[in-house]
Design a protein around this ligand. Structure first.
Ligand SMILES: [Ca+2]
Ligand SMILES: [Ca+2]
Length: 166
């Protein structure tokens, strides 16, 4: 059974994925999501792979729900039985997609593109939690990077929790 934390997270992800705002997920919502991801990067060699991954999640949800109109409760049931390998593959594929310069790190700019694509519109966010903490106490004081490498994550990170796949 999903915890309240999981329900809150899944509800936010569900709302972002529900492209036509009819409170059910359909294949069209997943197609729209894949299309949004295709615009993240101009250099997008794995678009076909990411589309396949996203549509595989649609197949999983549809099969688990037994309907082609999946509700939030259906999604919460699937969350309880997620295939870890599928989750890892999705996270890896999404990471590779937003890592536009292929340096194995996600910059604030790359992260912002992810958030905007996931939500289908420009969405304010901060990157401070992924920023290095080399100077004690300083990482909480600035949310606007001063250079291209400022705030760069020190290790590869999957998409932020609020942006995880279903
Ligand atoms: Ca929908
Ligand atoms: Ca990068």
């Amino acid at each position: 059974m999903a915890s309240e934390f999981q329900r809150a997270k899944v509800t936010a992800v569900f709302a972002a994925m529900d492209h036509d705002h009819d409170n059910v997920l359909t294949e069209a919502d997943f197609t729209a999501l894949a299309d949004r991801w295709s615009h993240i990067s101009t250099d997008f060699p794995n678009h076909a792979h990411l589309t396949a991954v996203l549509l595989a999640w649609w197949d999983t949800l549809r099969d688990a729900a037994g309907t082609d109109k999946v509700t939030i409760d259906d999604v919460l049931l699937v969350v309880d039985h997620l295939d870890r390998a599928a989750v890892t593959e999705t996270a890896t594929t999404m990471f590779d997609t937003i890592d536009e310069n292929h340096d194995g790190r996600i910059t604030p700019t790359e992260h912002q593109r992810l958030i905007d694509a996931w939500n289908g519109q420009p969405t304010p966010t901060t990157f401070t939690r992924l920023a290095p903490t080399t100077t004690a106490g300083s990482h909480e004081q600035s949310s606007s990077p001063s250079g291209p490498n400022s705030g760069q994550a020190t290790t590869p990170q999957p998409p932020a929790p609020g942006c995880s796949a279903p």
